[in-house]
Design a protein around this ligand. Structure first.
Ligand code: SF4
Ligand code: SF4
Ligand code: SF4
Length: 310
């Protein structure tokens, strides 16, 4: 079926990210970078989603099949490898998708399209609480999961206020450590194109967007820009304060609680509700303090084992 989104995608994407003009981009060194998404501009064409898949496809899981016995036995198989084309939710093969909301605000009707992916929190519980040190935050604000260290226990997903990371069975270190057992697999999510950013390029989804919905820059500048934009459109901001502050800042002409009511939510489809600072919760903070030294040692040991077994 040719939907409006597919039609626009075909017209706009034209096959490859590389065909599109490259925006100029200065390397910001170790500055904490944030992205700004102007939701008044997004037409929901999906070019960003396609670009993410194209550019990051080499990082997607390549599971060994058939899966060996699950260990621990209570762990369920999570297999997206035969559904790699799914693009209406987050999966290990789809790190970005477009949510749509149809709302009336101040007597006017709006269709708002919202590109969703990891928020890259400033103080990310996924990284602070990963027991193996597989998830970490870089100085430039990127939060990423190292697939060579991740054991797929889903702690990151559980503690993430938006439950962003997605699990794939049949990959990862477990198969090297105990080849007869599948273990949990590995968790996947947007890594904000860390390898492109390291080369001074912008993330693929930003580069591919025909409407220039997203921009990237030092967090302070992005926050300033977000406030100017919100003032200009008499709009609203999401991400500046959520979970104590994130490096993904949305600006919308309609309130986010209205959008949150209308969007489809559930597994792989994150909400847009207000989120308190989860790391300010004493229990979580305590867990993080306990996890930190264990994670540091574990990551080192796991990396060494991985190297010896490869
Ligand atoms: S949105 Fe979730 S997965 Fe992403 S950095 Fe924050 S806590 Fe981690
Ligand atoms: S920043 Fe990179 S990895 Fe993240 S959604 Fe955009 S293209 Fe995908
Ligand atoms: S962010 Fe840009 S590329 Fe992505 S759906 Fe919106 S308009 Fe299209």
């Amino acid at each position: 079926m040719i939907t409006r989104r597919n039609f626009l995608k075909g017209l706009i994407l034209g096959g490859t990210v590389g065909l599109l003009p490259k925006p100029s981009y200065a390397s910001y060194g170790d500055n904490e970078l944030a992205t700004l998404l102007d939701l008044s501009k997004c037409i929901g064409c999906g070019a960003c989603v396609e670009a993410c898949k194209e550019v990051n496809g080499h990082k997607f899981p390549k599971p060994a099949k058939p899966f060996p016995k699950m260990y621990p036995s209570r762990v369920k198989v999570a297999d997206w490898s035969d559904k790699q084309d799914v693009d209406d939710r987050l999966t290990p093969y789809n790190w970005l998708y477009i949510q749509s909301a149809y709302v009336t605000w101040k007597g006017e009707e709006y269709e708002i399209n919202i590109p969703r992916r990891c928020m890259h929190c400033q103080n990310p519980p996924c990284a602070n609480l990963c027991p193996w040190g597989a998830c970490s935050k870089q100085k430039n604000g990127i939060v990423r999961i190292n697939p060579k260290v991740c054991l797929g226990g889903s702690k990151c997903k559980k503690v993430c206020p938006w439950h962003i990371p997605e699990r794939q069975t049949g990959v990862g270190l477990y198969l090297k450590l105990m080849p007869s057992f599948a273990g949990n697999g590995v968790m996947y999510k947007c890594d904000r194109c860390y390898d492109r950013v390291a080369r001074g390029l912008v993330p693929a989804c930003i580069e591919a967007c025909p409407e220039k919905v997203q921009s990237i820059g030092p967090r302070k500048e992005i926050i300033k820009k977000a406030h100017e934009l919100a003032k200009k459109m008499n709009g609203f901001i999401y991400g500046e304060k959520e979970n104590g502050g994130t490096n993904t800042i949305y600006v919308s002409p309609v309130p986010f609680d209205l959008l949150n009511k209308d969007i489809e939510k559930g597994p792989g489809r994150p909400h847009l509700a207000q989120v308190p600072d989860s790391m300010a919760d004493e229990e979580i903070l305590g867990m993080a303090v306990l996890a930190a030294p264990i994670a540091g040692v574990s990551a080192g040991v796991i990396k060494t084992i991985g190297r010896l077994k490869s």
